[in-house]
Design a binder for this molecule. Structure first.
Ligand code: UDP
Length: 490
């Protein structure tokens, strides 16, 4: 036990879904709650814990009341190789199913761990995709809040899609349907909407997610009230539950070390990356990254390379290290030689938080994952939107049509291999070049886009700096301290 006394603090139990895009914001959430005086048990597994070692070490050095609890995942028992503990390590849908089974087997160990604590838990905040935690919360008689990694705009769309079953009996995945009950006219197609584990084999899991979503005591999001007030209000009304928007939670990473090692072990020397960024003109560099999951095929890599080259703009491009497509090394070696005066390629995990915060950054080509989007917004980045799958197409609408800080690259269909999609179409080099020139250009449209992006950055920082998100963290802690759970009527 620490010398520090945590026993009087409200105790939050955070259970992320173990995919980087889900875990990273919950690590930030742990820091936020701890900085506001709460104690946090952050539930992870051994292999996932080793990926965030430096974050764990730093929390310990700073004496933050965050306990990283690595519960053993019974991989082999469900048919997975030992250590296969994260969605980015599994192959195909069957293994994802095995992984979700293994997570649900954490129920007993988690309850045992929590029973052994001298400070009993006050509240569980768990990912939408960890629905078994609803049973844990009821067993302990504490509230379960659902963390929804989406923004309010996309959450509301997703909620209506599933509640109203709008795609039921629609055979054409590309047919556009008007979303009933959305605050304004919005058309969506099945192919460009979040899937909610629709594949065969996931029926029970999907049903459990929806049931626990209904039974959850509230929702926590990584957005902020001023960013999308219309959709925040409408979503809150629809679900009839309180929503706490705590974002952008990314802004709790204030020192360079925290930013450099956020989420995983980086593949690049942070100093080298900084020196390169320092050598570029302010606002001149385009950052190109498609998050942690999307796999870009070789022919698309080639088009991106040629499109970036033709644009003649400085860029920093992240390519996944497990992309071992035949010919990729040769292609990139030759490409690097040609663009060495103005381009940097990172093969593997990049220190995205550090890069986006650098003054030489002027734009972000993104797959519109919500974390990347809110990080881009926090850093005042105009964005080239290149959604790859699921709710990213909805986020694109928010970025381009509502917030007006984006230029679409012009994606018509799925462009990267994911769990849902194996057939991909290719965005051509000329589309990429044009989008880069438009975003990084100097005309009135580009300047106005930049101005709006700077304005959003200001609002984001106001929200976390004693504004709405700051207050929401405090309210959430008060809620956890005072909440008494009444037994549910079955
Ligand atoms: N990220 C990073 N370095 C990388 C790739 C991704 O730090 O090389 C982080 C990024 O900052 C974000 C998260 O991983 O916090 C990706 O989440 P997002 O929702 O954008 O996309 P996903 O990976 O879930 O598709």
């Amino acid at each position: 036990m620490n010398a520090r006394d945590d026993t009087q603090k409200p105790h939050f139990v955070l259970v992320p879904f173990m995919a980087q895009g889900h875990t990273i914001p919950m690590i930030d959430m742990a820091h936020l709650l701890a900085k506001h005086g709460a104690m946090v048990s952050f539930i992870t597994t051994p292999a996932n814990a080793s990926r965030i070692e430096s974050t764990i070490d730093r929390a310990r050095e700073l004496n933050l009341p965050i306990h990283f609890v690595a519960l053993k995942l019974r991989c082999v028992e469900v048919g997975l190789p030992e250590g296969c503990e994260n969605v980015d390590k599994v192959l195909g849908k069957e293994q994802v199913k095995m992984l979700t089974d293994a997570y649900s087997m954490l129920h007993k160990p988690l309850v045992s761990y929590l029973h052994a604590q001298s400070n009993p838990p006050s509240c569980i905040i768990s990912d939408l995709c960890q629905p078994w935690t609803g049973d844990v919360a009821r067993e302990l008689g504490i509230p379960r809040l659902m963390f929804n990694g989406f923004c309010a705009f996309s959450s509301l769309c997703r909620y209506i899609i599933h509640q109203e079953k709008i795609f039921e009996n629609i055979s054409d995945d590309n047919r556009l349907i008007v979303l009933p009950g959305f605050p304004h006219c919005l058309e969506v197609s099945k192919a460009r909407s979040p899937g909610n584990f629709n594949s065969p084999g996931f029926e029970q899991f999907r049903a459990k997610i929806l049931e626990e979503e209904r039974r959850a005591d509230g929702v926590v999001t990584n957005s902020f009230d001023e960013l999308e007030p219309l959709y925040h209000e409408a979503y809150q009304m629809k679900i009839g539950k309180k929503i706490w928007s705590l974002g952008p939670m990314f802004l709790c990473n204030t020192d360079m070390d925290a930013m450099e090692s956020r989420g995983d072990k980086t593949s690049v020397d942070g100093k080298h990356c900084l020196q390169w960024l320092d050598s570029m003109k302010p606002g001149s560099v385009l950052y190109v990254s498609f998050g942690s999951m999307a796999h870009t095929v070789f022919s698309q890599i080639e088009e991106i390379a040629l499109g970036l080259e033709a644009s003649r703009r400085p860029f920093l491009w992240v390519i996944k290290s497990d992309n071992k497509a035949s010919g990729i090394e040769k292609l990139l070696d030759e490409f690097e030689e040609r663009i060495r005066d103005r381009g940097l390629i990172i093969r593997g995990w990049a220190p995205q938080a550090m890069i986006l915060s650098h003054p030489s950054l002027g734009g972000f080509m993104t797959h519109c994952g919500w974390n990347s989007t809110i990080e881009g917004i926090s850093c005042g980045m105009p964005m080239i939107t290149w959604p790859h799958c699921a709710e990213q197409f909805l986020n694109e609408k928010l970025i381009v049509d509502i917030l007006k800080v984006g230029v679409p690259v012009g994606v018509q269909n799925i462009t990267a291999r994911t769990m849902q999609a194996h057939e991909v179409s290719i965005v051509k080099r000329c589309q990429i070049e044009q989008a880069v020139l438009k975003l990084m250009g100097k005309d009135t449209d580009a300047e106005e886009r930049r101005m709006r992006a700077r304005e959003l950055k200001k609002k984001a920082r106001q929200a976390t700096d004693r504004g709405s998100s700051y207050s929401n963290v405090r309210h959430l802690i008060e809620y956890a301290m005072t909440r008494e759970i009444k037994p549910e009527v079955q």
